[in-house]
Design a binder for this molecule. Structure first.
Ligand SMILES: O=C(O)CCC(=O)C(=O)O
Ligand SMILES: [Fe+2]
Length: 423
C-alpha cells in the first residue's frame, strides 16, 4: 500500500489541461492573405464571421513519412500558417506559460526557461477531425505541444490522449461552457503522447497550436517560478493521492504507534541564507507548488501535521570532515538527521562520531534541540529525498590547521501520522 501511495505521487498524467481567463484584446484575431485583413472578436463572433475565417483557411495537411500529405480520411480541418494571422494571445505574457511549465515539468526541469513557438491556427468545422497521431518534433529541444481552444461556439471535438496503456479525454467545449467570464481552454502534452481530435458535431472549433521548447542549454535556472497547482491535478491526480493516503492510514497495521512519513520535494525552491549569519538558512520563503503543494494539502486534509525540514547527510564527506574536526562528540545514533530551521546550526553539527555509526543504527531521525539528541522514531521515506533544493553552509573549524568547509542541507517534507486509534 505504501508502494501504491508512492506511485500516486510519482506517476503523473503526461499532460495538463484547463481553462484560463482571457483579456479582451487576447480574443481579437486579425487574419487574411491579401493586403487587407479581417478582424474577428471571439467574444461576439457569430456563425457567419466564423465561416469567413473558415473560408480563409487552407486544407490542413499532416506529416507522413517525412512528407506533408492531404488525406481527408485522416485529417479534416482548415489551417492558417502564422504568416496569415495575428493575435495578441502570447503564453509567455499571460499566466499560461508558467502554468504549463510548472505543472508539466518537475525538479530541475521545472526551472528551465521555455519557448512557445506559435505554429498554426486551425478551424475544425462540423465534421472535422484528426485521427490518432504523435506530433512531429520540430527541433531537438522540442518536448511538448500546446493547444489553445478559443471560445467559438462548438460541440464535439474533444481531444483524446493515449500513453502507456492509459487514456484521457479533454473536452474544451464543455470546459468553456462552464466558464462565466471570457476564457480560453488549453491542453499541453509531452511529444510522445498519442492524440486524436474527435469529430466536431456543431459549430467551429478554433485553435492555436504551439511547439514547446527548452530555451536554454539546461544549465540556467529561473530562481523563483510561480506557485501553481493546475485544476486538472487538483481534481483527478489530487483525488488519487488522497484516496491512496487515506487507504494507507486507515489500515491499523500501518505505523500502529504513529510515526513520520518523509517526502523528497519534486520542485526546486529558493532558500535564503542571511549574510549576517551564514550559519542560518530559512525555510520561510518556501511556498510549495505543484505536486508538493497538493501533497501537503492532502496530508493536512487527512489530519497529518506537516513540516519542512533540512536534511543533513552523513555520507557527505565534507560534512563529516568538518564535524570530526570541530571536536564535538555526541552520538546521534543514526546516519541522517533532519531538523527544522529553528535549530541553531552549531547544534546541528553536534552529531560527531559519524564513523561509529553502524547500518543497524541507521535511518533518518528528527533532531530534538531541547534534549540535544535525535528523537527515537525514524523517518519512513515515501519518496526519496533529492538535492534539488539544497543549501550550502560554511562551517569554520579548528584542527591542526584552521579551515573552512561547506555543509549541504536538502529540503524535505515530513508528515506526522497519529497512532492507529487516533486517526
Ligand atoms: O486541436 C487539437 O486539439 C490537436 C491538434 C493536433 O493534434 C495537431 O495540430 O497536431
Ligand atoms: Fe497533433
Amino acid at each position: 500500500m505504501v508502494q501504491r501511495f508512492r506511485e500516486s505521487i510519482t506517476h503523473r498524467p503526461p499532460f495538463t489541461s484547463g481553462t484560463i481567463a482571457a483579456q479582451p484584446d487576447e480574443l481579437i484575431l486579425f487574419f487574411g492573405k491579401g493586403n487587407k485583413s479581417e478582424r474577428l472578436d471571439y467574444a461576439t463572433a457569430g456563425p457567419e464571421e466564423l465561416d469567413a475565417l473558415s473560408r480563409a483557411c487552407d486544407r490542413a495537411s499532416f506529416g507522413l513519412n517525412g512528407e506533408n500529405v492531404h488525406d481527408e480520411s485522416y485529417r479534416k480541418a482548415g489551417k492558417l500558417d502564422s504568416a496569415f494571422f495575428s493575435t495578441s494571445f502570447v503564453p509567455e505574457r499571460n499566466k499560461l506559460a508558467s502554468i504549463v511549465g510548472g505543472s508539466l515539468l518537475e525538479g530541475d526541469k521545472a526551472t528551465r526557461p521555455l519557448h512557445f513557438e506559435l505554429y498554426k491556427l486551425n478551424v475544425y468545422g462540423e465534421g472535422s477531425f484528426f485521427k490518432p497521431h504523435q506530433d512531429t518534433p520540430r527541433g531537438g529541444d522540442m518536448f511538448a505541444s500546446l493547444v489553445v481552444v478559443f471560445p467559438a461556439a462548438h460541440e464535439g471535438g474533444a481531444l483524446v490522449l493515449r500513453h502507456g496503456g492509459e487514456e484521457w479525454t479533454f473536452d474544451a467545449a464543455q470546459a468553456l461552457d462552464k466558464e462565466s467570464t471570457p476564457s480560453v481552454a488549453y491542453i499541453a502534452f509531452f511529444s510522445d503522447v498519442e492524440h486524436e481530435v474527435l469529430p466536431v458535431t456543431k459549430g467551429h472549433r478554433v485553435t492555436l497550436t504551439y511547439n514547446i521548447y527548452y530555451a536554454d542549454d539546461g544549465n540556467s535556472k529561473v530562481p523563483n517560478p510561480p506557485t501553481f497547482v493546475d485544476p486538472h491535478a487538483r481534481s483527478s491526480y489530487g483525488g488519487t493521492l488522497k484516496n491512496r493516503l487515506a487507504e494507507l492510514i486507515k489500515c491499523p497495521d500501518f505505523l500502529p504507534e504513529g510515526g513520520n512519513l518523509g517526502f523528497g520535494l519534486r520542485h526546486v525552491y529558493p532558500v535564503v541564507s542571511f549574510p549576517s549569519n551564514p550559519l542560518s538558512a530559512s525555510l520561510d520563503n518556501i511556498r510549495l507548488k505543484g505536486t508538493d503543494r497538493l501533497l501537503d494539502q492532502v496530508c493536512t486534509a487527512l489530519g497529518l501535521e506537516t513540516q519542512l525540514y533540512f536534511l543533513y547527510r552523513e555520507d557527505d564527506d565534507r560534512a563529516s570532515d568538518a564535524v570530526a574536526a570541530s571536536g564535538f562528540h555526541v552520538d546521534l545514533g543514526c546516519n541522517e538527521v533532519i531538523m527544522s530551521e529553528d535549530v541553531p546550526y552549531a547544534q546541528t553539527i553536534l552529531g560527531g562520531e559519524y564513523e561509529s555509526f553502524s547500518e543497524a543504527m541507521g535511518g533518518t531521525r528528527i533532531y530534538d534541540p531541547e534534549n540535544d539528541r535525535p528523537l527515537d522514531d525514524v523517518i519512513n521515506w515515501v519518496t526519496v529525498p533529492n538535492s534539488w533544493t539544497r543549501t550550502e553552509t560554511a562551517l569554520a573549524y579548528y584542527g591542526n590547521e584552521p579551515g573552512l568547509s561547506w555543509v549541504y542541507a536538502d529540503v524535505c517534507l515530513v508528515a506526522t501520522v497519529p497512532e492507529a486509534g487516533d486517526r
